[in-house]
Design a protein around this ligand. Structure first.
Ligand code: CP3
Length: 340
């Protein structure tokens, strides 16, 4: 099997010659060749320059040979296109306007992805052309709840106080915001498929901060809308929630083809809860890769053992950390190849 065949077979819970592997945030600061590009351009310019964005998307594939290549961009790019300017400093993303009222929500645009974010589609086309069959090309989008949290907080957050205060005190306004975000990112995801994405991952990173009934009301239905749009394009949808243990069954009801699991939940337990027919992705703790290659390979093997050979994509439980040694990243990607 070539890498796209292997990756797509795993997404469909079909037999594979070996477990496919990639890493969330695999294009990033742990790579010296990424840091070299970032010395010359700032992060947003990198996202918006297709030649450079494609170059850094391919860097981890060229070095390690993962089975999937995720397009280099950021989940906040469509938010900017909705009318909320974003900047990236050392402390993470900062949004210029905070959306807190119904009037703020009504002022947001639902952009045409081809007009507002053509550079993302061009990056995908360039990646596809350069990859041939070396790796499956994966597009991505943030999910409505996680994007709403950035829009409301104006950046990252520890306890999501402003987000949850709005959610519990003005649920209609909150739903109106989620509705606009879902319309935006569903079309953004569909445009990525038209530009060559062979699968799309939906990042609802912070939805695991919700109590389960709030997840069912404010996160899951909007995830499901985006996932339905992706699947209607004929490609698999992958759903990631950090801290998913309390909401796993609800995630499965989105009909995502793949559930991407963080490290707090054992894959054997996840499988027992969701049954067969849905693929599991994950779930090594990214801090394991701060140890050494032997310990890293052991963790990868244990994860493959817990998941079984069918319906598993080896990945981390969240993004790879910038301080990860290259030899540990290599040991992680090589583990399924040694196992074959
Ligand atoms: O996976 C990949 O290799 C593709 C690229 C990718 C980035 N961001 C690049 C990036 C993806 C898929 C994302 C998604 C993203 N962005 C998420 C969801 C996934 C997750 O990790 O939880 C979130 C919450 C964001 C928002 C965001 N962007 C934050 C919180 C930060 C700052 C944190 C940090 O690591 O510095 C970013 C910046 C960012 N996005 C960087 C990269 C490589 C670092 C920017 C730099 O080069 O200085």
């Amino acid at each position: 099997m070539n890498a796209p065949e292997r990756f797509l077979a795993a997404c469909a819970s079909k037999p594979v010659d070996r477990t496919p592997v990639w890493m969330m945030r695999q294009a990033g600061r742990y790579l010296p060749e990424y840091r070299a590009v970032r010395e010359k351009v700032d992060f947003l310019t990198l996202c918006k320059t297709p030649e450079l964005a494609a170059q850094v998307s391919l860097q981890p594939i060229d070095r390690f040979g993962m089975d999937a290549c995720i397009v280099f961009c950021d989940i906040l790019i469509p938010v900017e296109a909705m009318g909320v300017p974003v900047t990236f400093g050392d402390g993470g993303p900062q949004l210029e306007r905070r959306v807190r009222t119904r009037a703020d929500v009504d002022a947001l645009r639902v952009p045409d992805p081809l007009v507002a974010t053509p550079f993302v589609m061009e990056t995908l086309r360039l990646c596809k052309r350069a990859l041939l069959d070396r790796a499956a090309l994966v597009g991505f989008t943030g999910a409505p709840f996680t994007l709403a949290s950035y829009i409301i907080e104006g950046g990252g957050s520890k306890n999501f106080a402003a987000t949850k205060a709005l959610m519990y005190s003005q649920p209609a306004t909150f739903h109106a915001l989620l509705d606009k975000l879902a319309a935006t990112v569903a079309e953004y995801a569909a445009a990525q498929v038209a530009a060559g994405a062979q699968a799309v991952q939906v990042f609802d990173t912070w939805a695991g901060e919700l109590e389960p009934c709030a997840f069912d009301e404010f996160a899951q239905p909007y995830q499901a809308r985006v996932i339905e749009r992706i699947r209607a394009c004929g490609v698999p949808a992958i759903l990631y929630v950090n801290g998913c243990a309390g909401v796993l069954e609800s995630m499965a009801r989105t009909r995502a083809d793949v559930l991407s699991i963080d490290w707090r939940l054992a894959l054997g337990d996840a499988r027992a809860r969701v049954g067969s027919g849905v693929t599991l992705q994950g779930n090594v703790d990214p801090t394991v890769l701060l140890s050494n290659p032997v310990r890293t390979a052991e963790a990868a093997f244990a994860t493959m053992e817990a998941a079984g050979p069918i319906g598993h994509i080896l990945n981390l439980g969240h993004g790879i950390l910038p301080q990860t040694p290259l030899e540990c990243a290599a040991a992680f990607v090589d583990a399924p190849k040694a196992n074959a």
